[in-house]
Design a protein around this ligand. Sequence first.
Ligand code: PMV
Length: 366
Amino acid sequence: MTERNFIPKPYKNSIENGSFTWSSPSNIALVKYWGKKKDQIPENPSISFTLDNCKTTTTLSYSKKENLNDFSFDVYLDGDKKDDFKPKIETFFKRIEAYLPFLKNYHFKIETSNTFPHSSGIASSASGMSALALCLMSVEKELSVIQSDSEESQEHFNQKASFLARLGSGSACRSIEGDLVVWGTHKDIDGSSDLFGIKYPHDVHENFKNYQDTILLVDKGEKQVSSTVGHDLMHNHPFAARRFEQAHENMSKLISIFKTGDLDAFIKIVESEALTLHAMMMTSMPYFILMKPNTLEIINKIWTYRTKTNSKICFTLDAGANVHVLYPENERESVMEFIKNELVAYCQNEHYISDQIGFGANQIQL
Ligand code: PMV
């Protein structure tokens, strides 16, 4: 499978206008993607849980236009025009034009809303770019000669949506299909690819069903360092090569952990991955720190609680100060009690979001 597989045959249908709406979830990585090559190709494989409640819903309306020289689109968030979102989408359109040659034929209105607050520090790029990619795929399907709903064409639809989403924001390719999604070639995962995410193909133990994720909003401000800059700093990073190998090793370990349901081993990998991600930031040149004092307070509280109670609670982090608290469904009541009593005080405005990893359909066309 190469990029060429995603260049479509000439479209035969002609459509004046229309609109599609998709809702797509965010995801939280267990083995982290940090570092990329040209064209958004990851330096290492990653795997993520798909979140049930943190979603973006996007309506894409399109109408034929005369001037075919430029992209033309407007973006709205919760009904407000957002011109500051345009450069990111312009870049996205440029990257995917070869794969969606209709992009300059239409004016697009992109109306989007998130189930989580935009200023929560939760990245909306994964859910946002995947929802937009799905809408664009629906337009392409409408323009294509064969509009089959066969399994094969459904697979192509999802694969190409993931391929396109990746070109918007790498981690977005893990938000198209599945609850546990792998992106990046790995020797023990058949079908894994650097070009798109795939549903995790191996056994997953009952222990991981409905796994819970409570996101503690430690800092709702804009990140001081974007992930684009962070990925770039992995070039010439003194520990990069070893880190990329480690991600492969951790992925292999997770395969057996998912099979056996060994939660202690799961905790070790997940927390180590989170701290390694931040260690890469702290050891790049220039170096930076995205954790806040309250991030560390929360981590220490989680460790103390785990030792005291034998809980299987653990944490992970994305590229920011917020903490994702992960725990099995059977501990929901006790851990929520602990979070409310001991952790919420460290959140900005005592704000947190309860989510879970669903083992059902996440991405829906509305
Ligand atoms: O998708 P990007 O380019 O915003 O990168 C996100 C990287 C992390 O969230 C830090 C890790 C990951 O694998 O999602």
